[in-house]
Design a protein around this ligand. Structure first.
Ligand code: UDP
Length: 232
């Protein structure tokens, strides 16, 4: 795990946003991975996931308080959480300022439609190159369309680790653009699901809020987070 933790961004969220600004300005290509216990636990069984987490070309950010806490045991001082929702909101604002292009892939049909409407009205300067819900049969076809359209920003919400595996499969064919797997972010940004109230976020209890709202998450939580916390 040490190698993965050493590859996670350890400065502040503001500094990370500056880094993203530069990437966009320079038309750079970047695969961003928001690291939570689920993807780390998956990396123990799947070598492709492990490789992408230790790959220095990828940009890893600490999503999940247990990741921030656990790194301290390895003498790595990570400042704060940087979540998929934080990065997505920042990228939308930045894209609106700079008239960047965007492709969105993932979530249910009604969720992605609502989100596209919101983006059109709240961020009118963004050039939406295309979008697709995440339940299409042929996901590779969508990925190929994305590659052809060359968006400045591509957000993929298919759940961990599928979204990362899809990006990883195609990232070598990409020559510019920020590619990020954003998990449940479209559900939140579309307004279909509420993000935890600020007090939960501040107290690092966002995970608890998600379990209260969706008790069926408890199995996944135990399998990943609890096991991760007690892992040596
Ligand atoms: N999803 C999808 N296609 C699938 C499976 C999941 O588009 O085949 C979407 C799902 O609708 C949700 C997102 O992927 O919007 C994953 O959400 P989840 O809350 O599980 O992600 P987390 O933030 O916990 O990683």
């Amino acid at each position: 795990m040490q190698e993965i933790f050493e590859n996670i961004y350890n400065k502040s969220k503001e500094e990370y946003f500056n880094y993203l600004r530069k990437l966009l300005k320079n038309n750079d290509k970047k695969f961003i991975i928001t690291v939570n216990p689920e993807i780390i636990m998956n990396s123990e069984k799947n070598n492709e996931i492990k490789e992408m987490l230790i790959n220095k070309n990828n940009s890893l950010v600490p999503d999940g308080i247990s990741v921030v806490k656990k790194t301290k045991k390895y003498n790595i001082d990570i400042k704060e959480r940087i979540t998929g929702v934080d990065i997505s909101e920042f990228l939308l604002k930045e894209a609106n300022k700079n008239k960047n292009s965007l492709y969105l892939f993932g979530a249910k049909k009604e969720v992605i439609s609502k989100l596209i409407e919101k983006i059109k009205s709240n961020y009118p300067n963004i050039n939406i190159l295309g979008y697709s819900d995440g339940y299409v049969k042929n996901k590779d076809k969508v990925m190929k369309e994305i590659i052809n359209k060359k968006p400045d920003i591509c957000m993929i919400a298919l759940g961990v680790p599928n979204q990362e595996l899809f990006i990883n499969k195609y990232i070598d064919k990409v020559d510019k653009g920020i590619y990020i797997g954003v998990g449940g972010t479209f559900d939140v940004l579309s307004g279909c699901k509420k993000r935890a109230p600020h007090i939960f976020i501040k107290l690092n209890l966002e995970w608890l809020y998600r379990i209260i709202c969706e008790p069926k998450r408890i199995g996944r939580f135990i399998k990943n987070n609890i096991v991760f916390m007690f892992k040596k």
